[in-house]
Design a protein around this ligand. Sequence first.
Ligand code: COA
Length: 167
Amino acid sequence: MTFRPATNADALALLGIYNHYIETSNVTFDLDVWSTDDMAHKIETVSALGMPFIVAERDGELVGYAYLSTFREKAAYDTTMENTLYLRPDARGAGIGGTMLEELCRLGAIAGVREVVAVIANTPDAVPSIRLHDKAGFARVGEMHNVGRKFDEWIGVVMMQKSLARE
Ligand SMILES: CC(C)(COP(=O)(O)OP(=O)(O)OC[C@H]1O[C@@H](n2cnc3c(N)ncnc32)[C@H](O)[C@@H]1OP(=O)(O)O)[C@@H](O)C(=O)NCCC(=O)NCCS
């Protein structure tokens, strides 16, 4: 497994992964599939923030991606980032997610991030994600109920947080 920064040339491959989850699951609250431009814009926005956007490659094939992005817009939140990670469906269940999350946090610390927040759908689809964050040292810090609606269901979120602070 190798990691490298995402580039605009990866947008189509990342789109294939993300749109699959938009269309088939509640793990993302997006309802409409993204375009290649949407994904390229996300890569550019994360890069402009100075935050990591990485892709995971196995045997030369892109199998997943992860990034840190703005948690809340107001400036005092600038040292806190929200994390996102997705694997190609056939790459799940092999431990890649944990390695990718660890690498993302390592790069986040270098970029000056103090706190990482994961906002995870509280649905059966997202049980592996909650378990993954738990194993990576994220603490469950809160829960909100019925804040999203997708596939005719009300969905809550679990908030998990990890501190990268060294002191
Ligand atoms: C979440 C995700 C990144 C995890 O990566 P992964 O490499 O598949 O993770 P792992 O194989 O280490 O599995 C994570 C844990 O969930 C557990 N798990 C998997 N499916 C499960 C299920 N249906 N019920 C309970 N636990 C489950 C695994 O056993 C593992 O725990 P363990 O190590 O204690 O056995 C990946 O599954 C994924 O891309 N999921 C879809 C997108 C997503 O949910 N992204 C996160 C949005 S917040």
